[in-house]
Design a protein around this ligand. Structure first.
Ligand code: 3PY
Ligand code: MG
Length: 255
């Protein structure tokens, strides 16, 4: 559970995380063997339900990797349930205002920051903490990450970053590119988008919060780390699986 400290202090040296949409805990077991710093389970566009997600968190912990979960839009009560299951952090999509950020914090943090309800049975098992120690440290040891991926979110980024209990932001370059082009294009990897991303990294630095972003492949992830992001994705599980298969087939056909 040094993850939260590592990402808060920026001493992760730039983390690369797996991103898993296939809802099988065994996928976590396999990908966690690679040199990823963390694992994200995607409940928004992936197809995870709560029980497999809880088992996926356990597989990540077995492999010594922190597991974060992206919940579906507005389903903040899932944040509490997944933290109860031992998630190291929650990523909430489409946080477009201070009101959205505060609603998220309410479910992700215990008082005085929020109103998370008590019952972290699995988390205490995983972390080997008695209840009093878990209560005293959970707000620090787990992270609440707000996704910035719309025009209103971009406009409100400073106010969202100022909300107590929001530990960092995660930029969704796909949705943001769709929003900024008014629905005209999906273009997450352009120079125009890079200018927006650099601006948001600077705002995170100014507020002492960390910056995360989705990168569609390894090379893009490297560019995003160079821009100063603390935590990047290097493509999703399905892409990595298929590109591995495609390159094996291509290699076989070449002999
Ligand atoms: C986006 O780019 O919009 C995301 O949510 C990350 O996949
Ligand atoms: Mg998105």
């Amino acid at each position: 559970d040094g993850f939260a400290t590592r990402i808060r202090n920026g001493d992760g040296g730039g983390m690369i995380s797996a991103w898993i949409g296939v809802p099988d805990p065994l996928f976590v077991s396999h990908l966690a063997q690679e040199a990823f710093d963390a694992v994200v389970l995607d409940m928004q566009h992936g197809v995870w339900d709560v029980v497999p997600a809880a088992n996926g968190i356990a597989q990540g912990r077995l492999a010594g990797k922190p597991v974060l979960v992206r919940i579906p839009v507005g389903e903040f009560s899932l944040a509490s349930r997944l933290l109860d299951a031992g998630a190291s952090g929650i990523i909430a999509p489409m946080i477009n205002s201070v009101a959205d950020a505060e609603a998220f914090v309410k479910y992700a943090k215990y008082p005085p920051l929020g109103e998370r309800s008590w019952g972290p049975t699995l988390a205490m098992n995983h972390m080997k903490l008695p209840a009093s120690d878990y209560l005293a440290s959970a707000n620090e040891k787990t992270v609440a990450i707000a996704m910035i991926e719309t025009r209103p979110a971009l406009d409100a980024a400073d106010e969202i970053l100022r909300v107590d209990g929001i530990d960092g932001i995660f930029i969704g370059p796909s949705d943001l590119s769709i929003a900024l082009s008014n629905g005209a294009k999906l273009a997450p990897d352009t120079p125009e988008m890079d200018a927006v991303l650099k601006h948001l990294v600077a705002r995170c630095r100014a507020h002492g919060k960390f910056a995360c972003v989705f990168g569609s492949n390894g090379e893009r992830a490297g560019e995003l780390l160079k821009m100063g992001f603390d935590f990047v994705i290097a493509g999703a599980d399905t892409q990595q699986l298929r590109s591995g298969a495609a390159s094996a087939i291509a290699a076989a056909r070449k002999v």
